[in-house]
Design a protein around this ligand. Structure first.
Ligand SMILES: [Ca+2]
Ligand SMILES: [Ca+2]
Ligand SMILES: [Ca+2]
Ligand SMILES: [Ca+2]
Length: 512
């Protein structure tokens, strides 16, 4: 280009705008084409500047590339420049050649990146405040084919004024985006008017549709932010789930990461799915499907003659090992999260659908009561057995089993004629902790900011205030000696008063 290093470092981001030989940038940035071209251009430019165009990021990449080619450069008998230049030019300008008038300056990579970054960050387009977007929610979760989808986001501009917020969506993925306005008027599922929570609506889409979407918020001046970064190029997405037509058989429990639990006929620890028959008759499941996606071609047909007893369970291995036996589905479960579908033999009617997130090793996810919710996690899975069986202790946790900060275990056999004890751990040494016993469980997410409340406070039987020992644990022993309690169920959860830390849930059903 015949430019000096300094000129290159300070090349305008709108270079060639308006030049008749450069129609693309001219049309993109032309105000008559609407604000989005220019605003989006600068937002993308700024994202690159803030994430990539930084020697902290690029330096190690340059080092890696230099190491990759160094031996070949060394071996090159016809190279134009010395090895000294090969190394020096990464971090400094070098002068190549000489003679009258001096040599040509080859721009050092690091000073170029540093100086151009400093120049760009000083431009008003890249230094004025722009919106921040956080707290994204997509409702319902997962999106279904029976209602539009609401996208919520907290949007604000620190030190500036918000101009507008927009939601862009498309279906199918290769099509053009449709633009929807996001509102903070209290009329779009967005909480109160003017509270900074914005709502935008993606209209009703059909079952199985793959919808891609992103958000763009702009100041009145046009400084813009994408969520996710790169906007239309790398959008968020969701698949529209079909409506569920409940039947007597449901998905009851599953384990997506099995390291040391139930073993299949081949001696392998495999993923599994447990079904439950809530009806009072034996049901033939032959021809129905289990699947991890809606595509009929990928569904696994339950073999003819497979039946499930009334009030009974059926275990299917999700190991993609059809040779291991009849009940081995042709898919596995993704421990990072996916879905399980139970589909009628028509291949269309969805009878049950579980959409799950990231799973932990050897912790199953299941219904707290067989055939019925809420969904909880079990550190002691019950493959091919009822989730709630007989009397005794039963631990259950929130869907994120790692969330509880306190431990809570029941000791010994909980006989109605003996003594019951529970041990709390993980408490602040010497700290106060309450053990709450209720007659019903619950799954109250969001009631306490620290975690999920797993007992129903409206059915409180007793709260026991306890003080932890120096090791942060405490055991409560209760003589029961009341045969009439046999069969009674209590649901226990501990809450540390000062920190709000919660334990998992613990079910106690008194044995005779
Ligand atoms: Ca609002
Ligand atoms: Ca798995
Ligand atoms: Ca297997
Ligand atoms: Ca079970």
């Amino acid at each position: 280009m015949g430019w000096t290093v300094g000129q290159l470092q300070r090349m305008s981001p709108t270079h060639n705008f308006g030049h008749p030989d450069y129609p693309l940038i001219t049309r993109l940035l032309n105000a008559s084409a609407g604000p989005r071209g220019r605003d989006a251009y600068f937002a993308h430019y700024r994202d690159l500047l803030e994430t990539e165009w930084n020697w902290v990021v690029m330096g190690p990449q340059v080092d890696a590339l230099q190491n990759l080619i160094e031996a070949d450069v060394q071996a090159d008998g016809k190279k134009l420049y010395s090895m000294q230049f090969f190394h020096d030019n990464v971090t400094q300008d070098v002068t190549i050649g000489g003679g009258p008038g001096g040599g040509r300056i080859s721009c050092g990579l690091k000073p170029f990146v540093d100086n151009r970054r400093a120049y760009l960050l000083g431009l008003p387009e890249f230094s004025r405040p722009r919106p921040s977007i956080s707290g994204i929610q997509v409702l319902p979760d997962p999106p279904g084919a029976s209602s539009p989808v609401l996208v919520l986001a907290e949007i604000s501009v620190s030190g500036g004024n918000l101009g507008d917020a927009r939601l862009f969506w498309r279906n199918p993925p290769s099509s053009l985006y449709t633009e929807e306005t996001m509102f903070d008027d209290g009329q779009h599922g967005d909480g109160a008017s003017g509270d900074g929570l914005f709502g935008g609506v993606i209209p009703l889409q059909s079952s199985g549709a793959e919808v891609e979407w992103f958000l763009m918020a702009s100041t009145a001046n046009g400084e813009s932010t994408f969520e996710p970064i790169h906007g239309e190029e790398r959008p968020n997405s969701f698949e529209v789930m079909p409506p569920v037509v409940p039947g007597p058989v449901v998905i009851n429990e599953f384990l997506a990461i099995n390291d040391s639990g139930a073993m299949d006929e081949a001696g392998e620890f495999e993923d599994w799915i447990e079904l439950y028959n809530s009806s009072s008759s034996t049901l033939d499941l032959g021809g129905a499907f289990l699947a991890d996606e809606l595509d009929p071609a990928s569904m696994w047909a339950i073999p003819t003659g497979t039946s499930i007893a009334p009030g009974g369970v059926l275990l299917v291995w999700a190991d993609n090992d059809p040779g291991d036996g009849p009940l081995h589905a042709t898919f596995k479960l993704d421990g990072d999260g996916e879905r399980i579908l139970l589909v009628d033999s028509d291949g269309i009617t969805v009878r049950d659908l579980v959409d799950f997130g990231s799973q932990e090793v050897d912790v199953s996810t299941g219904r707290l009561f067989d055939g019925d919710g809420p969904w909880v996690t079990y550190s002691e899975p019950s493959a091919d057995a009822l989730n709630a069986e007989g009397c005794g202790w039963r631990a259950y946790g929130p869907l994120d089993p790692l969330a509880p900060a306190l431990g809570l275990v029941g000791n010994g056999s909980p006989s109605a004629t003996g003594t019951v004890s529970v041990t709390l751990s993980g408490v602040t040494p010497g700290g106060s902790v309450g053990l709450h016993a209720c007659f019903a469980p619950a799954y109250l997410d969001g009631l306490l900011p620290q975690g999920t409340v797993l007992v129903d406070p409206s059915t409180l039987y007793k709260s026991a205030p306890l003080t932890a020992g120096a090791a942060g644990s405490v055991t409560l022993t209760l003589p029961v000696n009341n045969p009439s309690l046999a069969g009674l169920a209590l649901y226990l959860q501990a809450l540390e008063t000062s920190t709000g830390k919660l334990s998992p849930g613990l079910e106690l059903v008194f044995c005779p």
